[in-house]
Design a protein around this ligand. Structure first.
Ligand code: BES
Ligand code: ZN
Ligand code: ZN
Length: 487
């Protein structure tokens, strides 16, 4: 999908179809000017009106919110893709289009047009492959074309990055092994001058005493990989380290998942793909941050050599872990990866993981959990990522929950003694591996819900959504602005 900003009046643009956004507030219907005539648009605050003869589609949105714009453009694409047209033009009816709304339109188009059809023998092909955004809105107020052009560029990069993550997450576990993930990271790095990659195998993990990570891998036919991607531009305001859970399959291990719960566990690599996609997006956006992605890639399988409930693992940081459930494997891999990540001395440390089913139960499928020790940082992250449309709910640690992961024979247990508060106790487990000097610089994103949803929603198709990719890129863009203003 190509999105182009044209520095032209909407009417002057030659296109196969036109799409007009009506920002309606509470109004139930509108008369929309069409030359000397009016179209009657009864959209009850929100809804679409397709006028096939006039080759016009009205999209009604309640308010000029960026996520409504994204959803609206995705809907326009999906409504029009079955027609034999190759492009459409788009504008707001009676409000100015800004850099941010141009960005949201581009994102909505590129996200909305994503498809994972690799395994369908009958692939639908659409002729619709280009969208023109008018630098003049429908009723004539001009936006600054170069600013809007940058908006389109940024929006396309954001959505491309999210789509990159979706492709990896949607790929099947037979193909997408830790080795494959490492290959993909190498291809990614080779595409950008300022991105480099180091891939480590089990010998390195042994040298580094990453015994928690190694234990999870033990019964898998595929060897583990620690993947370290680095994006280092000339100008760096801060060092940001992302850590991603890269379980290419999570069967639960000996604490085997019931069949219904095992299904979709190819998506347990979503944190890893988010980390890779952020590197891709940052490199294309030229963000002035040194960014690292530390990825723990392995499967969690069963077998005679599997790690067991009752085992005690000595992690890289020296903290001993009592294994009480082999299905709580993500936190074991993350424990060692977080320890490794702190050696890089980050200004900001963010881990991303499909960590707990409890997060999906508690927050629903569309929202990620946002955890950490620093209340201010959590609020800042929540506020600065709002424009991305991704949803986060802040969860708080407390000492009563901290009690629940105490172990009788080791420093910490990998599951809590109560079945309540599972997302928070998982976060508290990770906190055990955060050194005092990084406590306030660390955020944990539990993306178990939105990373993979078995139905289409908003501008997302069935399956992977690229959760946390755009949110983090929006965060970094806003942080850049803040740091540059401070000077
Ligand atoms: N990968 C799962 C969490 C998950 C569940 C992600 C559903 C997406 C959808 C994780 O490794 C896991 O199995 N967690 C256990 C932890 C429990 C054993 C303490 C869970 O949530 O049941
Ligand atoms: Zn698990
Ligand atoms: Zn898992």
């Amino acid at each position: 999908m190509k999105v182009t900003l044209l520095n032209q009046n909407f009417d002057a643009i030659n296109a196969d179809f036109e799409v007009i956004f009506i920002v309606g507030g509470d109004t139930a219907h509108r008369f929309v000017k069409d030359g000397d005539k009016f179209d009657f648009f009864d959209y009850k605050g929100e809804g679409n009106l397709l006028l096939s003869e006039q080759k016009r589609l009205y999209i009604g949105i309640k308010a000029l919110e960026y996520d409504r714009v994204r959803v609206g453009v995705a809907q326009a694409y999906n409504t029009l893709k079955n027609l034999k047209i190759s492009n459409f033009k788009i504008a707001f009816y009676d409000c100015g289009c800004t850099k941010k709304s141009a960005m949201a339109m581009a994102e909505g188009a590129v996200l909305g047009a994503y498809e994972f059809n690799k395994y369908k023998s009958e692939k639908k092909s659409y002729t619709l492959n280009e969208i023109f955004i008018a630098s003049d809105t429908y009723t004539g107020s001009t936006l600054e074309a170069d600013k809007a052009g940058r908006g389109v560029k940024f929006g396309t990069i954001m959505a491309d990055a999210a789509n990159f993550a979706k492709n990896g997450v949607n790929e099947i576990p037979e193909i997408y092994t830790p080795h494959k993930m490492a290959d993909e990271a190498e291809i990614l790095a080779s595409n950008y001058d300022d991105v480099s990659v180091a891939v480590y195998d089990e010998r390195f993990l042994e040298e580094e005493k990453m015994n928690a990570f190694l234990a999870v891998n033990r019964a898998s036919a595929h060897r583990p990989r620690l993947i370290h991607l680095t994006y280092k531009p000339e100008k760096c305001l801060q060092k940001v380290v992302f850590v991603g859970k890269g379980l290419t399959y999570d069967s639960g291990g000996l604490s085997l998942k019931p069949s219904d719960y095992m299904l979709t566990m190819k998506a347990d690599k979503s944190g890893a793909l988010a980390a890779m996609a952020i590197i891709k997006g940052a490199a294309e956006l030229d963000l002035p941050f040194e960014i690292h992605a530390i990825i723990g890639a392995t499967e969690n399988m069963i077998g005679g050599n599997a790690y067991k409930p009752d085992d005690v693992l000595i992690s890289r940081s020296g903290v001993s872990i009592e294994v009480r459930n082999t299905d709580a494997e993500g936190r074991l891999v993350l424990a060692d990866c977080l320890s490794y990540a702190q050696d890089l001395n980050p200004d900001l440390l963010i881990d991303m993981a499909t960590l707990t089913g409890a997060c999906v139960v508690g927050l629903g499928e569309y929202t990620s959990g946002l955890l950490g020790n620093n209340e201010e940082l959590k609020l800042k992250f929540k506020n600065l990522t709002k424009a991305s449309g991704e949803l986060f709910t802040i969860l708080e640690f407390n000492d009563y929950l901290r009690e629940l992961i105490k172990s009788n024979i080791a420093d910490v247990a990998n599951t809590a003694s109560s079945r309540y508060g599972g997302t928070t106790t998982a976060g508290l487990f990770l906190d055990k591996f955060i050194k005092p000097e990084f406590k306030d610089k660390w955020l944990h994103l539990d993306i178990a819900g939105p990373a993979y949803v078995e139905k289409a929603w908003g501008y997302n198709q069935f399956g992977a959504t690229g959760a946390a990719v755009r949110a983090n890129l929006y965060y970094l863009m806003a942080l850049q602005k803040e740091l540059e203003k401070r000077g």
